[in-house]
Design a protein around this ligand. Structure first.
Ligand SMILES: [Zn+2]
Length: 184
């Protein structure tokens, strides 16, 4: 799945806070969207879906952080908890996409995400055929929709930007490997 879909999942994860703790909901939403994108920074530095992807270990941070946020609700505790929760969910959900190869629609890679605790890769499930597939964009839009109508202007602006970026990425996705090869 593409980064905008992971950010959209993050926004959805922050939605309950609009009822439970409305004053903290925007901080949770922004932190969750950043946490949803964060693991994919290993595209630019490190090994993609391994260096910053922890389908297992993020939970060791997320669960205590959520407990801390419940015991001492504040901007910092809530932001940290939702950042880690969103990064954890991102790392797990990459299993349901494709492998790490440049042209994931060719299905040549059996590496969806690295499970550090077992020192091995998990194979892709292809529920979303590849990042930037039309169904991936549909997920971005549908998962952002509830937050888009519930949150205030700041979060809404970020959500609209994600919809635009996700749409552009989806349009050019299949041309990217050729562009990359020409540049490198
Ligand atoms: Zn990822």
């Amino acid at each position: 799945m593409m980064a905008t879909t992971h950010a959209a999942v993050g926004l959805l994860l922050a939605l309950p806070l609009t009822v439970l703790a409305p004053e903290l909901a925007p901080a949770a939403a922004l932190a969750a969207m950043i946490g949803g994108i964060f693991p994919d920074l290993d595209l630019v530095a490190g090994i993609h879906r391994r260096t910053l992807h922890f389908p297992d270990y993020y939970w060791l941070g997320a669960v205590p952080a959520l407990a801390a946020a419940a015991l001492a609700p504040g901007t910092a505790t809530v932001a940290a908890a939702w950042f880690l929760l969103s990064a954890a969910v991102h790392s797990v959900s990459d299993v349901f996409g494709a492998g790490t190869e440049a042209r994931p629609w060719e299905r040549t890679s059996a590496e969806a995400v690295y499970l550090h605790s077992r020192s091995r890769w998990i194979a892709p499930r292809y529920w979303v055929r590849y990042d930037g597939a039309p169904e991936d964009y549909l997920l971005t839009v549908c998962l952002l929709a509830p937050g888009l109508v519930t949150f205030g202007p700041t979060v809404r602006r970020v959500a609209l930007a994600l919809i635009a970026v996700g749409g552009a990425y989806t349009l050019v996705r299949k041309h990217l490997p050729a562009v990359e090869e020409r540049l490198l």
